[in-house]
Design a protein around this ligand. Structure first.
Ligand code: ADP
Ligand code: ZN
Ligand code: MG
Length: 480
């Protein structure tokens, strides 16, 4: 029997508001523990929540970017559970009337189009963070709690069970992250916990319509980990089913070091949370024009931009994909491509040498020492044959460190390429005369010897000769 995996994801994303969801405390990452708290986010008795308008706007913008319908009437609910990082013993969330429903995310898988439905996007508050004295709660002698994170606005995005492989889940997540980053509602940094993903997976015999029993997997801290955890879980469930057993519905944790999932607990049901409407907050009504105003604030989204880059700049899918993975890189490309006649060259240099330099220096492209204008000038020199592309790499490196223009660097280093046939011709002549045996070999049909001559001429001219001219002159003079 062969089985087909069915996967649905639940993604939590912290919103980039300056202050928390129900109080004025700051949200910045990495502050002294418990330095960004107040009676509201510490859950002290009598403290009352006040809704952050910006958080609602961001949640709705996220929903719109994910193709959702927006509920014009909605509300908050209390989700009750006990945990040390949840001081009120309930989380303010949304139950039956989330802000956004029925969306979809298009993404590309193996070069073809793919899509996953978005069931809902709702707004809720973040819990605090447990900090264990040891590596994990097991084996720790004590745990501390940092409430700086408590009350940061969070959206939960729930997908339909539409994904059919670990690779599809990863591709979907990448597209989701890029989309949210474009809208500016979150930085989606998995390492800092501003994006977290739980994965639900079940198997069903190929051809069978009803879904099998699902398992929820938690604790993955990279997209690669989500992919690996799903692959492991599919393998494990296949073993259970082919052994004649049934999969039990449970929550499992991914153990990154061992590369396995381990059982955490049996799955809780929504009635376990005793949801009820939040009495301290008014229901939320949104007028259609207000929603349309938010839609108008959305930028061109990554997939649309990628397709436009392919069409308008004749870039390959891979090139355009790489450029549009970040909005800032795509902006940089468009600024440079507007100034230089070859978009292909601009793309190659941004994805290649510039990306390498930025990466090595740990510098964001928004503050690149080489601006789009500077890069386009450099590429103009390459196109005009003033410098070779090899020399241009050195020039770019220098520009990156010194912030000087291409023109200045080329002049100072004396890198201007020599294309003058007379100057190159006399060197070519001298080299041929100095190597009569190799010249004879070339004339006898040993084409490979040409490379030797090119090398000699280049060495003599300290790499500055135009290679095309060198090649032509060598062929011409060797034939005589
Ligand atoms: P629960 O009631 O257990 O929370 P939901 O129906 O709300 O389950 O779905 C939670 C997540 O699990 C969603 O992302 C959904 O797509 C996914 N899911 C639901 N059923 C299955 C299934 N049989 N196999 C895999 N994923 C599923
Ligand atoms: Zn607070
Ligand atoms: Mg559910």
């Amino acid at each position: 029997m062969t089985y087909e995996p069915v996967i649905g994801l639940e993604i939590h994303v912290e919103l980039l508001t300056a202050t928390k969801l129900f109080c004025g405390c700051l949200t910045g990452f990495g502050a002294q523990p418990n330095s960004q708290c107040c009676p509201v986010c510490l859950g002290l008795p009598g403290a009352l929540p006040v809704l952050n308008r910006r958080a609602v706007e961001f949640a709705v913008m996220a929903g719109l970017a994910l193709g959702c319908r927006i509920h014009t009437r909605s509300k908050f609910d209390r989700k009750n559970y006990f945990y040390p990082d949840l001081p009120k013993a309930y989380q303010i969330s949304q139950f039956d009337l989330p802000f956004c429903v029925d969306g979809a995310v298009s993404f590309e898988l193996d070069g073809g189009p793919s899509e996953a439905g978005i069931t809902r996007v709702h707004l809720e508050e973040e819990a605090g963070k447990s900090v264990h004295s040891g590596d994990s709660i097991l084996g720790s002698t004590y745990s501390s709690i940092d409430y700086n994170r408590s009350g940061i606005p969070l959206i939960e995005i729930v997908t339909e069970p539409d994904l059919r492989s670990p690779e599809a889940a990863k591709a979907f997540l990448e597209q989701l992250r890029t989309t949210l980053q474009y809208t500016g509602v979150s930085d989606c940094k998995m390492q800092e916990g501003s994006l977290r993903c739980d994965a639900n997976v079940s198997l069903r015999p190929v051809g069978q319509e009803p879904f099998g029993t699902k398992v929820e997997v938690k604790n993955m801290n990279s997209f690669r980990a989500v992919e690996r955890a799903l692959a492991y879980e599919i393998h494990r469930q296949t073993g259970v089913l082919t052994g004649g057993d049934t999969v039990s519905q449970e929550t499992r944790a991914w153990d990154e070091a061992r590369g396995v999932t381990v059982s955490m607990r049996s799955k809780e049901e929504s009635h376990d949370y005793r949801y009820f409407p939040e009495p301290d907050l008014m229901p939320v009504t949104m007028e259609a024009p207000w929603i349309e105003g938010l839609r108008a604030r959305l930028p061109e989204l990554p997939l649309a931009r990628k397709r436009r880059f392919c069409r308008d700049f004749s870039l390959s899918h891979d090139e355009a994909y790489q450029l549009t993975q970040s909005r800032e890189t795509a902006d940089f490309f468009e600024a440079a491509a507007a100034l230089h006649p070859s978009p292909k060259a601009v793309s190659n240099w941004i994805n290649g040498e510039l990306a390498r330099l930025l990466n090595e220096a740990g510098v964001a492209i928004t503050v690149s020492p080489v601006t789009p204008e500077m890069l386009s000038k450099l590429l103009d020199y390459v196109k005009a044959g003033t410098i070779s592309s090899t020399a241009a790499k050195d020039v770019l490196e220098d520009m990156f460190v010194t912030k000087r223009s291409a023109e200045l660097v080329i002049k100072e280093k004396g890198l201007e390429q020599i294309s003058d046939s007379d100057a190159i011709g006399s060197v070519v002549q001298a080299i041929i005369e100095a190597h009569p045996e190799e010249a004879a070999a070339f004339r006898a049909g040993k084409d490979k010897v040409l490379g030797f001559f090119v090398g000699q001429v280049m060495r003599e001219m300290r790499g500055k000769a135009n290679p095309q001219v060198v090649n032509e002159l060598l062929r011409q003079k060797l034939r005589n």
